[in-house]
Design a protein around this ligand. Structure first.
Ligand code: EPZ
Length: 423
């Protein structure tokens, strides 16, 4: 285990290159199971989640090679249809192999993902969607057994649940439908950019998908899919995290490179409303600085294109040191506030109740040993440490490494003082 020591009083300057999207890479890597031909996926971030997905593909029989950000998958010989518990339990997003395995092998055995600190992570909508396409579904011994011995057939499927739609559920049904007989219509599809990136990847393989990015996606089944060379989109949540880092600790301003600002509209609008100066630089750059007159705001997380739940913890860190009152409500994961208890150890004035955090900004935070809990909460604690007096020790840093490619090195490159030490 490792820990980070974040020195307070950082003054960030310079530029940072944003990595490719973890949340686009994971379903796209799973989609390589849908062909026997070689697939090349570029800008795959070197984080533990993508490395777990590569292990799962290898476990299923694919040959996998990674050369820095470029992953080559040779999926000709997929022997197994089982994604084992010891891998799935480490990375819940492994559930997105269900759809491609069902389409390729006409069966799939996938361990039920455990819950995690941001909430229980059900897959009922995934299973309902795959059942609608003709799969039989049985859960026993902690596994889900799906089978479609005669293949899948196109149907109209509604992916909405009580918390709105499902990103990976939409991905699973889309990947199952591309080789089904007939046409599938997904109503209530997730509209995230990562879903669009997956649809673009599948269409490059020869799929016939239209409407990705809207709540109604149509997939006309085809006989087979071919290999592809694809570059994943920039990671909008990593970019958003660095926007908040700049808003909290820039000397004057910092520059983000290799971003797609169109994927960050809700985050940019929220930060701008707080007085944070953000400017677009060409098609792939953004600059961000500290607000001259920072003010708090009300944030409600909702499915894309609204404010993303994956940026909620980072905003709590900003609001913890923003004068006045701010309110953050997470409608997607109402229990996703572990970071607030840790920030209170650092002197933040936050009350959490019923899926909502009420935050009164303080002048500065004080260093304290804190515990990382989930991916985005951990990043938020690093941001808080930048604004604390003295040095903040963040334990269980493996949570951060799941989804951020060398975040400490990138912050050090911007002038932060951070050490990574054995815990
Ligand atoms: C994706 O998870 C992201 N992960 C999450 O990012 C992100 O927080 C989430 O979407 C919401 O935007 C990846 O893309 C790998 P959901 P996903 O299914 O697809 C409920 C990160 O930090 N639900 O869209 O698993 C669910 O409980 C991660 O990078 C059901 O009820 O999330 C939640 O309340 C964390 N039944 C809501 O829907 C289901 O079958 C949205 O979940 C599925 C989901």
């Amino acid at each position: 285990m490792e820990k980070l020591i974040v020195h307070g009083g950082a003054r960030l300057e310079g530029a940072v290159n944003i990595s490719g999207s973890k949340n686009a890479s994971l379903p796209i890597l799973a989609a390589t199971l849908l062909t026997r031909e070689k697939c090349i996926v570029r800008r795959v971030p070197d984080v533990s989640d993508t490395n777990y997905m590569l292990q799962i593909l290898q476990n299923l029989g694919a040959a996998v090679e990674r050369a820095s950000g470029t992953v080559t998958v040779e999926p000709a010989d997929i022997k197994s249809a089982e994604a084992p518990y010891d891998l799935v339990r480490k990375m819940r997003a492994s559930v997105c192999v269900m759809g491609p395995l069902l389409a390729r092998k006409r069966e799939a055995i996938v361990s039920l993902p455990g819950g995690c600190v941001i909430g229980d992570r059900p897959v009922d909508l995934h299973l309902r969607g795959l059942e609608a396409l003709g799969a039989t579904v049985e859960t026993k011994g902690g596994n889900v057994y799906l089978a479609a011995p005669k293949g899948l057939r196109g149907r109209e499927v509604d992916m909405r649940g009580k918390h709105g739609t499902t990103v990976l559920g939409t991905d699973n049904v889309m990947m199952a439908a591309v080789l089904a007989k007939g046409t599938t219509v997904i109503e209530g599809a997730a509209c995230e950019p990562e879903v669009i990136d997956l649809a673009n990847f599948l269409n490059k393989m020869g799929a016939k998908i239209s409407g990705a990015g809207t709540s109604r996606v149509e997939i006309e089944g085809v006989k087979e899919l071919g290999g592809v060379d694809h570059t994943v989109i920039p990671d909008r949540i990593e970019a958003g995290t660095f926007l908040v880092a700049g808003a909290m600790a820039a000397r004057d301003k910092i520059t983000l490179r290799r971003v797609d600002a169109d994927h960050l509209t809700a985050v940019i609008d929220a930060l701008t409303a707080c007085g944070v100066p953000i400017e677009r630089i060409g098609k792939t750059g953004l600059t961000v600085g500290r607000a001259t007159n920072p003010i708090g705001a009300n944030i409600v997380t909702e499915p894309y294109p609204h404010f993303p739940t994956d940026m909620q913890a980072q905003m709590c860190a900003l609001f913890a040191v923003t004068p006045g009152l701010s309110v953050v409500r997470d409608t997607i994961f109402p229990r996703r506030f572990m970071h607030c208890a840790e920030m209170k150890r650092m002197g933040a004035d936050i009350e959490v109740d019923d899926g909502t955090a009420v935050i009164h900004g303080v002048e500065s935070l004080s260093a304290a040993p804190v515990m990382a809990s989930d991916l985005r909460a951990s990043a938020a604690l690093v941001l808080a440490g930048l604004r604390a007096t003295d040095n903040t020790e963040i334990n269980r840093v493996y949570h951060i490494d799941r989804g951020y490619e060398h975040i400490d090195d990138k912050l050090i490159g911007l002038g932060a003082e951070i050490e990574r030490l054995p815990a």
